[in-house]
Write a protein that binds this ligand. Structure first.
Ligand SMILES: Cc1ncc(COP(=O)(O)O)c(C=O)c1O
Length: 399
C-alpha cells in the first residue's frame, strides 16, 4: 500500500530524536552570509588559472575559453573575468545572445565569440558590441548591410559541418560560402571552425575534411582566420594535429576530466574549480523499520542517524546522487539515501550523530574523493550535468 506524503511525515515525527546542537562547532568553511544553511557554490580562481596554464602547456596554442551555460554552472561573469585575465586565454565563447550581451554589459572586453543561432536582425547589435557571430548560412547580404550601418567590420566565425551533423555549412559547400562572405566589403573571417564527433576513428576523417576546406579557402584567396576545433575530449583523444591554430575548450578549464578514462591518462593535471556546499539543516535518529523519503525510498534496518541537507535537484544536485553518491561532512563521506527531492537530500550518518546542524556538507569540490568525477563515477551522473545544471539562483563566490 502506498503511503501519502503527509501520513508519512506525521508518522515519522513520532519517532525522531533530534540532537541539541546548533551552530556551535567551528567551521573551516563558511557560507556566503552568516547564519544561512542554504547551498552555495565556490569558484576557485587559482584552479581556473592553473587549468588554463595546463591547456596552454599541453597544446602551445591560444585558448578560446568556452564559458557557455552560465560559465558551465560556475557563473558566467566571475568565470569570464578570471579566465580573460589568463595569459593563455585569447578569447571567450558563449552560446546565447543574452549571455554575450550580459558579459559586455558587465564590462568584459575580451574578444567574444557567439556560437549560437542569431537572427539577422540582431547583427547590428552584435557588431556594435564587438561580438563575433558564428555563420553557416548565406547571410552575407545581412552582415554586409549591418557592417555598413554600424560602421563596424563584421568579424565572423565560419562554422563547417565536417561530420557532426548539428550546425555548420556542409563541408562540401563551405568554400563557396566562405568566398561569398569574404568577397563582400565589411566582412572578415576571424576564424573557421568545426566540432569533432568524439568518435576517435571517425574524427581523423572529420579533420581531413576540415583541412580540405581550409586548403580550398586559401586556394580561392580567402584567409580562413584562426582554425579551431579541439574541445576537451580532443585534447585526450587526438594529437597535436587537431590543435590547429587555437583550441576551444570548456570542461578542462573548469578542472574536470570529461570522461573517467582520461583521468588516469596523466596528460594534464586538472584541478576542479567548483564546489557545491550547504550546511546540515537537521539531524535525527530513525528507528529500525522506519523509512525516509518519498515513497519510503529508504528503510532503516537498524536505528540510524540521518542528516537532512537543504540542497536538491532544484539547485542542480542531481536525482541520480541517491544512486551511490557520497557527501563529505567533517572529513568523512556519507552515502546519499532515499531520493533527492527538489530542495532536500538525506544522508545516512550511521550509528552515531556524526554531524550536527550547521556543519558544512560538501557535495563536490576539489578534494580527492569529492571531485565531480568521483560523484559521477559513484552515481552515473555526467560531469557535464553536475556542473551545467547548477541552479542560477545559488549564490556564487570566488575563493
Ligand atoms: C561548439 C563547442 N565547442 C567547444 C565546446 C567545449 O566543449 P568541452 O567542454 O568538452 O571542452 C562546446 C561545449 O559543449 C561547444 O558547444
Amino acid at each position: 500500500m502506498s503511503v501519502s506524503r503527509r501520513a508519512f511525515l506525521s508518522a515519522a515525527g513520532a519517532t525522531i530524536t533530534v540532537p541539541t546542537v546548533a551552530f556551535t562547532r567551528r567551521q573551516a568553511l563558511t557560507p556566503p552570509s552568516s547564519g544561512s544553511l542554504d547551498p552555495w557554490i565556490e569558484v576557485n580562481a587559482a584552479h581556473l588559472a592553473h587549468n588554463a596554464a595546463e591547456v596552454a602547456r599541453l597544446t602551445g596554442r591560444p585558448i578560446l575559453a568556452v564559458i557557455k551555460n552560465n560559465g558551465y554552472g560556475l557563473g558566467v561573469e566571475p568565470v569570464a573575468r578570471v579566465l580573460a585575465a589568463q595569459p593563455g586565454v585569447s578569447s571567450l565563447a558563449v552560446i546565447k545572445v543574452d549571455e554575450a550581451l550580459r558579459l559586455r554589459d558587465a564590462g568584459v572586453s575580451a574578444p567574444l565569440v557567439l556560437m549560437g543561432p542569431v537572427p539577422p536582425d540582431a547583427y547590428d547589435l552584435l557588431l556594435a558590441r564587438d561580438i563575433q557571430p558564428m555563420v553557416y548560412t548565406p547571410v552575407g547580404d545581412a552582415l554586409a548591410r549591418a557592417a555598413a550601418r554600424t560602421g563596424r567590420p563584421a568579424r565572423v566565425q565560419l562554422c563547417v559541418d565536417a561530420g557532426l551533423g548539428r550546425v555548420g555549412v556542409p563541408y562540401r559547400e563551405a568554400v563557396a560560402l566562405g568566398r561569398d562572405l569574404a568577397d563582400r566589403g565589411g566582412i572578415e573571417l576571424a576564424g573557421t571552425m568545426m566540432t569533432f564527433t568524439e568518435d576517435e576513428a571517425f574524427d581523423r576523417e572529420v579533420l581531413t575534411r576540415f583541412l580540405s576546406v581550409v586548403d580550398g579557402l586559401r586556394a580561392a584567396g580567402v584567409d580562413p582566420g584562426r582554425r579551431h576545433a579541439a574541445s576537451s575530449y580532443t585534447l585526450f583523444q587526438l594529437g597535436a594535429e587537431a590543435h590547429l591554430d587555437m583550441v576551444r575548450t570548456g570542461m578542462v578549464l573548469f578542472g574536470v576530466y570529461p570522461a573517467q578514462a582520461f583521468r588516469a591518462a596523466g596528460r594534464m593535471d586538472l584541478r576542479p574549480a567548483v564546489a557545491l556546499r550547504a550546511r546540515v539543516a537537521y539531524v535525527k535518529k530513525i528507528e529500525a523499520g522506519e523509512s525516509a523519503g518519498y515513497e519510503r525510498a529508504y528503510r532503516a534496518t537498524r536505528d540510524t542517524w540521518i542528516a537532512t541537507l537543504p540542497v536538491g535537484h532544484g539547485d542542480g544536485w542531481p536525482r541520480a546522487a541517491a544512486r551511490g553518491a557520497r557527501v563529505r561532512i567533517n572529513g568523512r563521506h556519507f552515502p546519499v539515501i532515499a531520493s533527492v527531492s527538489a530542495s532536500h537530500t538525506l544522508v545516512e550518518l550511521g550509528d552515531t550523530p556524526a554531524a550536527a546542524i550547521g556543519d558544512v556538507a560538501t557535495m563536490f569540490d576539489w578534494e580527492e574523493g569529492s571531485r565531480p568525477e568521483d560523484v559521477s563515477a559513484a552515481c552515473g551522473a555526467s560531469v557535464y550535468d553536475l556542473l551545467m545544471h547548477l541552479g542560477a539562483l545559488v549564490p556564487r563566490r570566488v575563493v
